[in-house]
Design a protein around this ligand. Structure first.
Ligand code: 13P
Ligand code: SF4
Length: 301
């Protein structure tokens, strides 16, 4: 029997639903029950009926699913699949900045560990950050950990005083302005679609800036026939599926997330058999980390 069919059988037998991010490889996206951006996946995790969620993504995504659904078993395809940005700020830094301001909200990009979420007022993803930060009453915004997304938001939300941290996504940080200029020269008049985790000088060259699902929507609805893509290359799978007659060019050769690509089809099969790599969280930490995630879901409506 083919691996895909074996996976389908095991999934049903073990009452498992599979969630996958757009950055995992295409064959893994194809066996998932739900594929989406980080906001969609955190929402869908609260709506599924199966007892077990198998997460094809990185650790903060599985953790968020577990934080919101303590009664479910959440398992990761590869326990070392992690997002480096999620560990780029420490608890002491947050506490010391908070202590210096009265009127401050700690806004935590969802790409962060449960311990960092537990110290934050609200979580955001790239698809809802503008709406949520704009709606907060506090004047000072400590935006952690992604400096690029924070900087981008600060150009759009002028009334807030942003305090940034130096975190970044290695994949998007490695997309340089020179790469984009070269891609634009090679493909004249082709629009650049960029993720807000990119450097501000790259975003300044983009025609559209959005989350993974917003980039897919934009390209799908557009009458243009080709696009330059400034985000992780796993997105090409759905871009191609939804737009078989359109052409997508990457900006450079390095647009691959190591953690996301640890999710392979054979490991999915192995985990459905073993049910290893379960996310387990201390209950006190889980309850504290749930507060900013729940607030994100309320404010993103
Ligand atoms: P979105 O899917 O929310 O755009 O996030 C991208 C990302 O880097 C996830 O780790
Ligand atoms: Fe983290 Fe970047 Fe990978 Fe997203 S693409 S999971 S931000 S390292």
């Amino acid at each position: 029997m083919k691996l895909n069919e074996e996976i389908k059988k095991l999934k049903e037998k073990n009452d498992v639903t599979i969630l996958a991010h757009y950055y995992v490889s295409g064959d893994v996206q194809d066996i998932a029950d739900y594929v989406g951006d980080s906001y969609y996946l955190s929402k869908v995790a609260t709506e599924v009926s199966q007892k077990t969620i198998l997460f094809c993504g990185v650790k903060f995504m599985g953790e968020s699913a577990k934080i919101l659904n303590p009664e479910k078993r959440v398992v990761m395809v590869d326990e070392s699949a992690d997002c480096p940005m999620a560990h780029m700020i420490d608890e002491e830094t947050i506490q010391s900045i908070k202590a210096k301001h009265d009127d401050i909200a700690v806004v935590c990009y969802i790409n962060s560990s449960a311990a960092i979420k537990a110290l934050s007022d609200v979580c955001v993803t790239s698809s809802n950050a503008f709406k949520i930060v704009s709606s907060l009453p506090e004047k000072n915004i400590l935006f952690i950990p992604d400096n690029n997304l924070g900087t981008y938001l600060s150009t759009k939300i002028k009334e807030k005083n942003f305090i940034f941290h130096q975190g970044y996504c290695p994949v998007h940080q490695d997309i340089h302005m020179e790469d984009v200029i070269r891609a634009k020269e090679e493909h004249p008049k082709v629009k650049v679609l960029a993720h807000p985790e990119c450097r501000i000088e790259v975003l300044n060259l983009a025609d559209f800036i959005g989350s993974t699902s917003e980039i897919i929507d934009y390209a799908t609805k557009s009458s243009d026939e080709s696009f330059i893509i400034a985000t992780e290359d796993g997105i090409l799978h759905q871009l191609g599926n939804k737009n078989p007659n359109k052409t997508f060019y990457l900006v450079n050769e390095n647009q691959q997330c190591f953690g996301m690509k640890l999710n392979t089809l054979s490991k999915v099969y192995g985990i459905l058999n073993s049910m290893e790599n379960e996310i387990l969280l201390d209950e006190d930490l889980r309850q504290k980390a749930k507060v900013p995630l729940t607030k994100m879901h309320e404010l993103a409506q």
